[in-house]
Design a protein around this ligand. Structure first.
Ligand code: AMP
Ligand code: FE
Ligand code: FE
Ligand code: ZN
Length: 278
């Protein structure tokens, strides 16, 4: 079993990178990717744990970008983490996320008992911050039961507290990922519940720009949308992945609830600058 999309405490997951990798090994996965939002901060700890537990590790990240009004998550695998253009892009996204989260916290604090300090107490130093960290502070304050409830109420884009954050265009992001030797794969492309989504034409343009794969099998793509995405991948000559988007206890997603074939992992490794760690 191969799962190419998971999060640790280096972003908004709840397992430390090492814990995440050990769980994946214990649950019988043969390979797992760590794909925290806009950071490689978890890579070293994950690599150590992978070596000790005998699971293959794909180093990756889930990068924030925009296609017009649609906010897109681009998975990027096996890229050089020191490549300067991408490094600078990710630093500015993380900074934009930080400022945005402070403003959202301030907005919510007008109506609920939560402070920026409370939110910070729920993040690891150096982690990429996001709305789930406000959710965790609201859970501790007894305002909501879980992250899901926070997202369907005060953290929703339709709530008065919502603030967007800067992200580069997907075209620029793909160029930077490819420049860093990485493999770009669009995450949960037709996740309609998350907000405005890309069109089939947009996906064709991203493929033209160098995107190599589509994450078709993901719980946020409805079954009929998975069929549409599979058709697009076939037409455009893109490979197809399936993954869990595991976030520890922050989301119901279970490790390996969707999986990727060994053949596709081989294609990813052949296209990437870094090796899969085995
Ligand atoms: P942000 O990065 O601030 O835009 O917040 C979006 C992140 O929150 C996503 O990457 C998901 O990991 C997480 N998320 C979105 N919806 C939910 C939900 N209903 N329950 C738990 N986590 C969620
Ligand atoms: Fe997340
Ligand atoms: Fe995502
Ligand atoms: Zn994700």
């Amino acid at each position: 079993m191969i799962d190419l999309h998971t999060h640790s405490t280096a972003s908004d997951g709840t397992d430390a990178p090492g814990e995440l990798i050990r769980k994946a090994a214990e649950q019988g996965l043969s390979a797992v990717a760590i794909t925290d939002h806009d950071t490689t901060a978890g890579w070293d700890e994950a690599a150590q744990a992978a070596q000790q537990s005998g699971i293959a590790l794909v180093r990756g990240a889930e990068l924030s970008c925009d296609v017009g009004e649609a906010h897109v998550h681009m998975l990027a695998y096996l890229y050089d983490p020191q490549a300067t253009t991408l490094l600078a892009m990710l630093a500015s996204i993380r900074q934009a996320r930080l400022t945005r989260l402070m403003v959202m916290t301030q907005n919510i604090a007008a109506d609920y008992p939560v402070t920026w300090q409370d939110v910070q107490a729920h993040t690891e130093p150096g982690a990429t911050v996001g709305r789930p960290h406000i959710a965790d502070a609201l859970i501790s304050a007894g305002v909501v039961r879980d992250r899901g409830q926070a997202f369907s109420t005060m953290l929703s884009p339709s709530a008065p507290y919502y603030v967007p954050y800067y992200a580069p265009s997907a075209q620029d992001m793909i160029a930077a990922v490819v420049g860093a030797g990485g493999v770009p794969v669009i995450a949960h492309a037709f996740a309609r519940k998350r907000g405005k989504i890309v069109s089939a034409e947009d996906i064709a343009a991203l493929a033209e720009a160098g995107m190599l794969g589509i994450e078709v099998n993901h719980r946020d793509n409805a079954p009929e949308d998975r069929a549409l995405l599979q058709g697009l991948a076939d037409d455009l000559g893109l490979f197809v992945t399936g993954s869990s988007d595991y976030h520890g206890h922050g989301k119901p997603n279970r490790l390996a609830e969707f999986t990727t074939t060994p053949e596709v992992l081989e294609q990813i490794e052949a296209a990437g600058r870094l090796p899969v760690l085995r």
